[in-house]
Design a protein around this ligand. Structure first.
Ligand code: ZN
Ligand code: ZN
Length: 192
């Protein structure tokens, strides 16, 4: 367990917290984040700017509380009109991370059984924010389903984008539906 193993930070959302774990409750670190490690959240959601913000690590009891705020810009396609649109998103972070190894004795620790795998500090004392940040961004981006709340979408009949072109299909479609209802109503009436 020499210092060499403490060098195993491989991306910008991983932090070596060995030193912080040796300190007392209340000790803290502040880090600026500027990372491109996450470039997409799902098939249709791409990050088009680096993830930026600040995180603070606070030593509390037997664990480390991480909190902060991160921002980025995502690009996805509208669920109604299919155009690609961009929107800024931000997420608040507040997560507890548990050590799996005692930093001074090297003996194994058991994190709370209900703690998520993603919230564990590994044996090399690396605290990895990647998974909790990815989950947080997914949650935030999930609300943006349409390019704008009142997107009119594509006309199901002629395929035109109703935001930019008006077509006459819509009225006809309503008339057709009404005609169907009227016919139904008439047939019910005539049976009585
Ligand atoms: Zn749209
Ligand atoms: Zn149309």
């Amino acid at each position: 367990m020499g210092n060499k193993r403490n060098k195993q930070v491989v991306h910008e959302l991983q932090f070596n917290v060995a030193q912080l774990l040796k300190e007392v409750t209340g000790a803290n670190r502040r880090y600026d984040v500027n990372s491109k490690i996450i470039d997409r959240l799902d098939e249709d959601t791409i990050l088009i700017s680096p993830l930026v913000g600040q995180v603070k690590f606070l030593r509390t009891g037997s664990d480390i509380l991480v909190y902060g705020s991160l921002q980025t810009i995502i690009q996805k396609s509208c669920g109604r009109c299919l155009i690609s649109f961009t929107t800024p998103i931000s997420m608040e972070l507040e997560e507890q991370f548990y050590p799996t190894v005692d930093v001074t004795t090297g003996s194994a620790l058991s994190p709370p059984t209900d703690s998520d795998e993603a919230n564990r500090i590994n044996e090399q004392h690396i605290l990895d924010l990647l998974e909790v940040v990815r989950q947080g961004l997914l949650l935030e981006s999930g609300g943006f389903l349409y390019c704008r709340p009142d997107c009119k979408g594509l006309c199901p009949q002629c395929g035109q984008d109703r935001n930019t072109n008006s077509c006459t299909c819509q009225d006809d479609a309503i008339d057709v539906r009404w005609a169907g209802l009227q016919a139904l109503q008439e047939s019910i009436n005539s049976e009585q």
